[in-house]
Design a protein around this ligand. Structure first.
Ligand code: NDP
Length: 353
């Protein structure tokens, strides 16, 4: 705000006061509509800052939608707890997960997205404009919303599991399997993910031991047959992971201890990687009762779209995808959601004329 020079004192003071008000006012984040000072109104709100959220922000900003992205409690999502990323296209050599997310963030800011380090913990999609409320009680209204809150891999909660996460303990075979060429590894779990990951890992590993807490698998029969007939795979039934062992320098996994749930006996295995595949939890608690979720809590979108059952609310990334769960597929869906939101807002503008 430009204050002209050589003004009488009172006018200059008033001008300064107006400047201060402008800078302090939360309405600075407002991009459309004339709404009350206390409730900033957003044209497009994006909830969640993983590859899906940032990509949606990049596309929406370049479409002049002035998106506001609520980055949440773990800005950057799951990639920020990953080390080497070798499968994100565009990089000839491995990049670090946290660095990659910094690039997403900087790119979205450079093209004009507004980033707010706030956590949305309540939404109301029952009336328009939609309402979003932060955990600090601050309220925003929005014409359209993209949900990209992701999903969290479930972990067992062992101290040694946390210690070696990113150093031999992984939650994603597609991401990290390549690093275990000709090595022995273990997969924990008995569902479709565990079986699929064990099979995938045989492309690299010399041996894969699937450790399951029961004596039968939850995975589909056809997958079970493939697993049980695979020459590189052995199943350790009725065992739970007790401890992951390893070296400090360099930090790496060298083995594990598994406990027989029936006898209590401990079995030690020499492995250099442990893949935890006991399921994922989509971050959709705050949308329960607001939009349609499936039995496992994922947002339901018709195949090939980012549409939810509420017009103007879109979902992208792992929060609606339990099959692919990759940074690049999440980013692709973020792009789709931004294009869908752009179309929706254009129709909204046309209808209001
Ligand atoms: P699931 O919930 O189906 O399976 C989780 C597995 O982890 C179960 O075997 C469970 O054991 C085990 N488990 C859970 N908690 C623990 C624990 N604390 N300690 C030890 N083991 C534990 O999750 P998935 O990720 O496998 O699948 C999720 C959904 O996605 C399913 O609907 C699945 O069908 C679907 N999916 C589909 C795919 C496809 O179609 N290609 C691929 C991957 C997933 P227990 O059996 O004893 O409960």
């Amino acid at each position: 705000m430009d204050c002209p020079r050589q003004k009488p004192f009172l006018l200059a003071w008033l001008c300064k006061f107006a400047c201060c008000l402008f800078l302090l006012n939360p309405i600075n984040t407002v991009h459309s509509g004339e709404t009350p000072m206390t409730t900033p109104h957003l044209r497009l709100a994006i909830i969640g800052s993983g590859p899906a959220g940032y990509t949606a922000a990049i596309y929406a900003a370049r479409a002049n939608l002035k998106p506001t992205i609520f980055t949440g409690l773990q800005p950057g999502g799951q990639l920020t707890i990953t080390t080497d990323v070798e499968n994100y296209p565009g990089f000839a050599t491995a990049v670090q997960g946290p660095w990659l997310m910094e690039q997403f963030k900087a790119q979205s800011e450079n093209v004009g997205a507004i980033l707010l380090a706030e956590h949305i913990d309540k939404v109301d999609f029952s009336k328009r404009p939609f309402t979003l409320t932060t955990d600090m009680g601050k309220t925003y209204t929005a014409d359209s919303v993209i949900i990209s809150t992701g999903a969290q891999a479930r972990w067992l909660g062992l101290e040694s599991e946390t210690k070696f996460q990113g150093y031999g303990v992984s939650g994603c075979a597609t991401c990290d399997g390549f690093f275990y060429k000709n090595q022995e590894i273990a997969v924990i779990g008995g569902g479709n993910t565990a079986v699929e990951e064990a099979l995938y890992l045989t492309n690299f590993a010399s041996k894969v031991t699937l450790i399951h807490r029961r004596d039968s698998l939850r995975a589909e029969k056809v997958m079970q047959e493939r697993l049980l007939n695979h020459p590189k795979i052995e199943v350790l039934w009725d065992h739970v992971l007790d401890e992951i062992t390893g070296d400090e320098n360099p930090k790496s996994v060298t083995g594990l201890k598994a406990k027989n749930v029936k006898t209590g006996a401990i079995k030690e295995l020499k492995v250099s990687g442990v893949f935890i595949a006991i399921g994922h939890d989509p971050a959709t608690k705050l949308f329960k009762g607001q939009i349609n979720l499936d039995a496992e809590g994922y947002i339901i979108c018709p195949p090939g779209t980012t549409n939810t059952n509420i017009e103007g609310v879109f979902a992208a990334g792992d929060v609606q995808d339990k099959l692919y769960r990759q940074a690049v597929t999440a980013a692709g869906q973020g792009c789709m959601a931004a294009l869908d939101a752009e179309r929706y807002l254009a129709n909204l503008d046309a209808a209001s004329k």
